[in-house]
Ligand binder design. Sequence first.
Ligand code: MLT
Length: 233
Amino acid sequence: VLIAQEVTREHVLGKNAVVIDVLRATSTIGTALKNGCTAVFPVVSPEEAFEKAGTFDKGSCILGGERGGIKVPGFDTGNSPLEYSSDAVTGRSLVMTTTNGTLAINNSSAAKHLFLASLLNASAVAKALLKLPEDVMLVCSGTEGIFTIEDAYCAGMIAHILKTEGKAQLTDMAEACRIIYEMYLGRPLDLLYLATHGQKLNRIGFADDVVYCSQTDLLDVVPVYENGRITKL
Ligand code: MLT
């Protein structure tokens, strides 16, 4: 699936799903979990986020996320992975809402296993998928209902591993993503600079995030969603 808004229960039922939002939601969630965040609670709207955060003891939860790429007024943090350092997140929960990423996660919640991937952890997620027998649905979040090439590249990387190591049969769409991956193999930052959302993040002051999110296999963490919360596998 190429955009968050398109995912239905039928797409993922009985399958394992992988939600991908390279810029930046799944990069940020993976980073927060790697750095000691206990669990991430992805919600769809800022209103829901305030409500959910209110159920935690004071200080035990961070309220994070963005609209238009910018921190939501009243939130503790935005959607920059660089904000989620060990000092900031260790031992705390994170309630998060983003424009596309947390929507894709919630729309995919009926999957048998639901993992989150970015370039930072694509190989770790592929390795986890190879151990499971079910078919896989790769869910690219896109941005505001529009296809994004960086998510397709990441889906292509996972598809490539599943094909070469697991002998998986790819749909034409997964094969198309794999071809994008092969064309930009070894130079993901060039692709992120080509991407509309990469250019937007550069424009609005998040150039460092684009560079950070381009790092392939920096993290060995596999975020898994179950019953409204994301933890490490
Ligand atoms: C999203 O979920 O829409 C993105 O992660 C947007 C962003 O770059 O903050």
